[in-house]
Design a protein around this ligand. Structure first.
Ligand code: GZL
Length: 332
């Protein structure tokens, strides 16, 4: 509708000039007029966000909203409450409005072909932010901006190898898995296992999904503590689940970071504070502040420039061995 309105106003402008440009090879004139309108009009983006399940997610949303506003872009934001069907509905509404581009953080990796074909048919570019999709049709989206989740999993495994380098007895590991079918959970799990398979005495005795949520992380850790009596390590796919798991440990008198070594991913302030208090042993950052990279990339797409297929943001690792006073406030 929006683009149609602009086209009509463009046609009106051309006719308003006595149709001078309409029939006499007006391409040059129209493209000048069109360029002036295009330069003046506000870019409208659709943003289908996963939800608001963690402080990480809230920071990620804030970063993208702030950068879009700073660039004078209008952002239509939908919180899909971690449901793929809500994201698909949001994309369809963005298509109906004929936004200039769609930002999508796909809650899970599969099931996107139909709606992304609809966006392609509408000539609306898709940019993936934060999470990736699995598809045999790479042209369904232009680029991915986010973290390298497999690398995050490997960093977790490498910390564990150093932490237990003197141990030869079996090391029992519990994994709090993120959202099943999501690219961060899959990457963090695969990367971790790729590293620890070098150590035959490292054993993942239990892996359960807490869906990246504090409440589920606590609930599942309570059950695991009842079922397993010899746990050495908790490897948690995100800080929200970790904070829930720490509460479950403390409920039964366990000392997190001592009785159970804890490795967690995201880098939220609360978990950095827990690292400083000795309740956590290793925090792997997953940088949520993707706004600048996403909006810069979107501008390039809309200007018809070539863009990279994948833009990984850098993630840091903070361990119990570091000078933790050097960690700047996290902001999320
Ligand atoms: C990772 C992101 C994950 C965070 C969680 O990029 O998708 O989703 O690690 C969030 O905190 O729920």
């Amino acid at each position: 509708m929006k683009k149609l309105l602009h086209l009509q106003s463009l046609v009106w402008i051309v006719i308003g000039c006595g149709g001078l440009f309409l029939f006499s090879g007006c391409q040059g004139a129209i493209s000048k007029q069109e360029q002036e309108i295009k330069d003046k009009r506000t870019i409208v983006l659709g943003f289908a966000q996963v939800g608001a399940e963690s402080s990480w997610r809230l920071s990620n949303t804030k970063s993208i909203k702030e950068e879009a506003a700073a660039e004078g872009m209008q952002l239509m934001y939908i919180n899909a409450e971690q449901k793929q069907e809500n994201q698909i509905k949001a994309i369809r509404s963005f298509i109906a409005y004929q936004v200039d581009a769609i930002l999508l953080s796909p809650v899970i990796e599969t099931g996107w072909e139909n709606v992304l074909h609809e966006a392609k048919a509408a000539n609306i570019p898709i940019i993936l932010t934060d999470r990736e999709i699995k598809t045999d049709e790479p042209d369904l989206y232009r680029s991915f901006v986010g973290s390298d989740f497999k690398k995050e999993g490997k960093m977790a495994g490498k910390f564990l190898q150093k932490k237990f380098q003197d141990k030869t007895r079996q090391v029992n590991i519990v994994e709090l898995y993120g959202t099943i079918g999501s690219s961060p959970a899959e990457g963090r799990s695969i990367g971790f296992r790729e590293v620890i398979k070098e150590n035959a005495h490292f054993k993942v005795i239990c892996s359960r999904s807490g869906d990246f949520m504090h409440s589920k992380g606590k609930e599942i850790m309570r059950d695991i503590l009842n079922e397993y009596k010899a746990i050495d390590v908790l490897y948690s796919h995100n800080d929200s689940m970790t904070l829930g798991a720490i509460e479950a440990m403390e409920e039964v008198g366990m000392v997190p970071g001592k009785d159970i070594v804890i490795i967690t991913i995201d880098g939220e302030q609360k978990v950095i504070d827990a690292l400083k208090d000795g309740k956590v042993n290793c925090v792997i950052e997953c940088n949520p502040k993707l706004g600048k990279e996403i909006i810069d990339l979107t501008k390039k797409v809309l200007n018809g420039e070539n863009i990279p297929r994948t833009v990984y943001v850098e993630d840091e690792v903070f361990t119990e061995w570091d000078d933790l006073s050097l960690i700047s406030p996290r902001g999320y």
